[in-house]
Design a protein around this ligand. Structure first.
Ligand code: LLP
Length: 415
């Protein structure tokens, strides 16, 4: 059976049997390449780990909402977590039913709520007393109750990068537990609000089990408290956040994560909703780039300038994030130390700091690994750089799922 995903074969990196160099030679660089089989197997790994326990995976579109990726997840049976009305509309066009979409996010504008409330989504996950009142006012005008979940901030440290930790009191997300209790108390007497769940999400790229388990225990405990008080809920929303091993280290596995969720939530007797993004698509893509220059850096190392940088992949510049980088084909000879940098006019545009790689020459192709999540989704046109094309490889065939943007595409918005 041929190996799936990104593997080495005949001294080069291939994706589901297709050499990445073949795609790069045809489509040019920089270029995102996705493995459909990897997305499938990652979705199924989490889905199947629940065994018979009732659950719904609401894929977090913010991680990657390229249309073909969203459609693939839909065909696998995923539901969706949307963070804006544009993600909601994209999800609907990709085939997600409104009853399979939760609307999350800390700043939903009035215009967004006016669009979202009439849709009858599975839930609007509200983040404040004010937002709950705004949803209620729209529902009252429509004469139909809105389905809401309240996001509670559990004050749990996700032990991830501070920019992507959301579960501490100092973070802007959710409401404090005391506020939540007041809201739950008032909701009974508010006919245009139907409370369907409590929601938590403590952060992203969480690599240890304890905080994830702690968040599940917290939300399950609060749910049981409401059940005892005679407020029936429909499910428990534990958020997303499961990390991936960017540097190959040993971290919590999907199986361990799901077992902990089930153990903590089972006493409620309710289904689990979870919102994974990165753990499904992160390892399912590489960003392919070409070496455009080399120059001395210090006695030990060289700068290698590649044609992808913070415009295509913001994570290293924004979070000092680590992504493995490797040549598509290794040259013989001793490995060297390199500072791998992008072409953008910012000193923070470093894609790989102090890396030891096999020797590279101008014109060589490199792969930046594990870039399926928050890669293309966070790309920008800074320096008027066009958004890169995206290719999906499936069962030995590949196709362009988004063409490279042109200057005309950009200028078509301008007068
Ligand atoms: N649910 C909620 C409410 C979220 O805010 C997020 C991510 C998720 C689910 C999905 O989390 P995941 O399973 O992907 O960890 N740009 C950052 C990540 C930001 C995450 C934002 N929220 C990065 O590149 O690391």
């Amino acid at each position: 059976m041929p190996s799936t995903g990104f593997v080495h074969a005949n001294q080069e990196l291939v994706c589901d049997g297709v050499p990445l160099s073949e795609i790069a030679d045809r489509e040019g660089t920089p270029l995102y390449v996705y493995s459909a089989s990897e997305i499938r197997s990652r979705f199924h790994a989490i889905d199947h780990a629940f065994g018979g326990y009732p659950h719904a995976l609401h894929y977090a579109l913010k991680a990657n909402s390229t249309f073909a990726v969203a459609k693939l997840l839909r065909t696998l049976g995923s539901a969706a977590d949307a963070n804006s009305v544009w993600e909601i509309e994209l999800a609907r066009r990709a085939g997600f039913a409104v009853s399979d979409i939760v609307f999350t996010g800390v700043g939903k504008s009035s215009a967004e709520l006016e669009c979202a409330v009439p849709l009858g989504l599975k839930a609007i996950n509200v983040e404040s007393a004010g937002e709950l009142a705004r949803v209620e006012a729209i529902a009252e005008r429509l004469g139909r109750p809105a389905r809401v979940a309240v996001r509670v901030n559990p004050d749990i440290d996700a032990r991830s990068h501070p920019h992507i930790s959301t579960g501490l009191k100092i973070n802007k997300f959710g409401v404090a537990v005391e506020t939540a209790r007041e809201l739950f108390g008032s909701i009974r007497a508010r006919p245009f609000l139907t409370l369907v769940a409590i929601h938590v999400h403590i952060g992203s790229q969480v690599t240890s089990l304890a905080p994830l388990r702690g968040a599940a225990r917290f939300v399950a405990g609060l749910t049981e408290e409401l059940q005892r008080n005679g407020l029936p809920l429909e499910y428990v929303d534990v958020g997303g956040g499961l990390g991936i091993p960017y540097d190959g280290s040993d971290i919590v596995s999907p199986g361990e994560y799901v077992s902990a969720l089930v153990e903590e939530v089972r006493p409620t007797g309710l289904p689990i909703v979870c919102e994974p993004g990165r753990s499904i698509v992160g390892p399912a893509a590489v960003l392919v780039a070409r070496v455009i220059d080399r120059k001395p850096r210090n006695a030990l190392s060289e700068f290698v300038v590649i044609d992808a940088g913070m415009t295509e992949l913001l994570r290293p510049a924004l979070y000092n994030a680590f992504h493995r980088i490797e040549p598509l084909r290794s040259r013989p000879g001793a490995a060297r130390e390199y500072e791998i940098v992008g072409p953008v006019c910012e000193s923070s545009d470093v894609v790989g700091r102090d890396r030891t790689l096999p020797a590279v020459e101008v014109g060589d192709l490199v792969a930046i690994r594990d870039t399926g999540a928050y890669g293309s989704a966070m790309a920008s046109n800074y320096n008027r750089r066009p958004l890169p094309p995206e290719v999906m490889v499936d069962a030995g065939h590949w196709r362009v799922i988004r063409r490279r943007q042109t200057l005309d595409d950009m200028l078509s918005l301008e007068t």
